[in-house]
Design a protein around this ligand. Sequence first.
Ligand code: FES
Length: 647
Amino acid sequence: MPRVTFTPDDVIVDVHSGENLLRAAMMADVQVTATCGGDGTCGKCRVIIEQGAADAIPSTRLSKEQLAEGSVLACLTHVTEDVVVRIPAQSRPGSVPSTHGRRAAAPLLSAEEHAARIPKHKSRPVASKYYLELPRPDLSDNADSVSRLKGALRREHRITTTAMSPEAIRQLPLALVQGEWKVTALVLEIHRATPLVIGVEPGDTTAHQHTVAVDVGTTSVEVALIDVTTDTVLAQLSEYNRQVLLGADVITRVIAGSSPAGLAQLQGLIAETITHLVNEVCDMAAVSPESVDAYVIAGNTVMTHLLFGISPASIRTEPYVPVTTQFPLVAAHDLGLPGSPVAMVVAIPCPASWLGGDIVAGVVAAGIPWTDRLTLFVDIGTNGEIVLANREWMIGCACSAGPAFEGAGILHGMRAADGAIEHVRIDDKTLEPAILTIGNVKPLGICGSGLIDCVSELFLTGALGRNGKFMPLAENSLRFREGERGPEFVLVDAQDSATGNAIVLTETDVESLMRAKAAIHAGIDVLAECVDVEIDQIEEVVVAGGFGHYLDLERAMVLGMLPELPLARFAFIGNSSLIGARRAATCGEMLKKAHDVSEMLTYVELSVNVGFMDLYMSSLFLPHTDLTRFPRSEALLSRRSGAMEAK
Ligand code: FES
């Protein structure tokens, strides 16, 4: 890991190779002015490389003299080796010294680290193609064509017992003629089911095998197009779930989906969302959508019901049961999804009404079914889903977090996409924000990780009280004003945003975030109490969610969203639902493990849990009413206020 030393504060941070230098400074809490989101246009993030070399994109914002002294724009520079970087006085908004001597890199697990958590399995993908050369029949060997094909699968690929779909049997005679008895069979292998031949094509088409993994979220949907032959993701894309037209939250969708007309409309909208994304990723990878042979879907229970056209009505009323936890194998075309004529849809099982296949997939992706370590898994989305588990036992719950973390319900919120502010630092004295956006482009809005950063930074500067209200100190800053919706903090001035309008954070936005974080923290407390575990006995915390590539876990602790534990115990794995769906698509053993997890999980229904509401109310402050549980946040708060007073 390259090491970055920032002077004159002598702050050190270890980062992943290729890390953006502005992000490295933000991770180290070194103040650098940055108003354009990392777009390279404001020219305010100039720093000087004093030792070592970094990968910098040349900028016309720098003079010849500045270039000669080693100046670069931090937002356009990537770190690949140890460097010493000086922050000139002009690039420091308020010059408050950093509160950290040293900080580790954001513990985002890499693909390799994910893979290392899961034992290697030689297991076939959910859908695979097999090339077969069939013996022609004659008078001495007059077995039927289906038996010949099954025999060839057994002999050449050791697939012993097989069934054939009616469509595959219909395709067989023409494929045999066109391929002159050389054909490719498409076989679906699902946990506990007989391998099923779902299609037959003439000749050898094994070079083209594509499966789509889908994470169906209430707010966002993300798909990954997988080349099954190489187990690689060819393209990946997300967008808002078009069902938001009928309501932003999951309860509204359940109500809408309780009538036949509403259910049909919601099914159509989710199919439309997935179809659009699949067409886009196929376009990006120069692959025909007709080459998609299978889908593996991981979604929450309501979304999975809606995609399959099953009424979710029973989920909303006591005793809160779904229609099914296991979903049938369905043809993609029957659900309105693109693909080959025989493409099938496989859904990860949903163990309970409010604990779905997305969480099961995430638990598998995090490697929890293979670990002895007591692990807390927290998936933060429209709902906060929490699992406390190891390989022996698993307990989980879900709490309504609201859509704040996905950027919805926030005045200038947006999902984690290009232009979303994902990282914020606010100068203690001047209250001037430095921002970094996804894609290093002009800011469009703020996503979940940016929101967490912004609120925790305002709290640490003293501009936001423990109750989530702006403090009198804020009134002295031009950054605070009275907006149409009450008091607001101007995060980006109109001239610096991509929309031409200021990007602001309102007190109502802060309230939404506080309700969401309180629900998650209280849910964690409930699970720990259920199994009589002290929070500090938790050996690992895996945080998942569609935050983009970055979530500052320490800031999430400052908010009181996550329990305060040593940072080394935390890992952020991004969209674990999609990772799990992808793994299940390319390895049958992973799909089997998903079924095992679904059966192992004990679900705790928070709406009838007597202690939940008390724990929730205690968490509705920054960071919590019980400050003894957050000593590090308290220390950080006093260090920053001490640093301000010393100025
Ligand atoms: Fe780097 Fe604006 S030029 S943040």
